[in-house]
Ligand binder design. Structure first.
Ligand SMILES: [Zn+2]
Length: 108
């Protein structure tokens, strides 16, 4: 079993990555070939999600990793700790994503 976020490998009796708070998957998706870079840290899930949507409009893949419980459970236990959310993009999109996010932040 693999963690889709940190890509650690676990034995088959493990189904949850405690480091990332996500459920393990049997095979890694394309993440294994992509180098993800943290691009920006947000104090909250919603602004991170808005930035992710702005990137998605430009066809830039991204994911959010936070201190909150994984959306794998359909729960955003976000209010618990005033946690932060970190937005990741593939390294090759880093510069483009940075300029999009900076423009996006200014406009908002
Ligand atoms: Zn993990």
């Amino acid at each position: 079993m693999f963690c889709p976020e940190c890509q650690s490998e676990f034995t088959s009796d493990v189904s949850f990555c405690n480091d990332c708070n996500v459920s393990l998957v049997e095979t890694l998706p394309e993440l294994e070939t992509v180098s993800w870079s943290p691009i920006k840290e947000y104090l909250g899930y919603i602004p991170a999600e808005m930035a992710k949507a702005a990137l998605s409009d430009e066809n830039i893949p991204s994911f959010i990793k936070g201190d909150f419980l994984s959306t794998a459970y359909g729960i955003k236990a976000w209010d618990a700790a005033g946690g932060k959310a970190v937005l990741f993009v593939p390294e090759e999109f880093f510069e483009k994503a940075t300029s999009i996010i900076e423009n996006f932040s200014v406009n908002n």
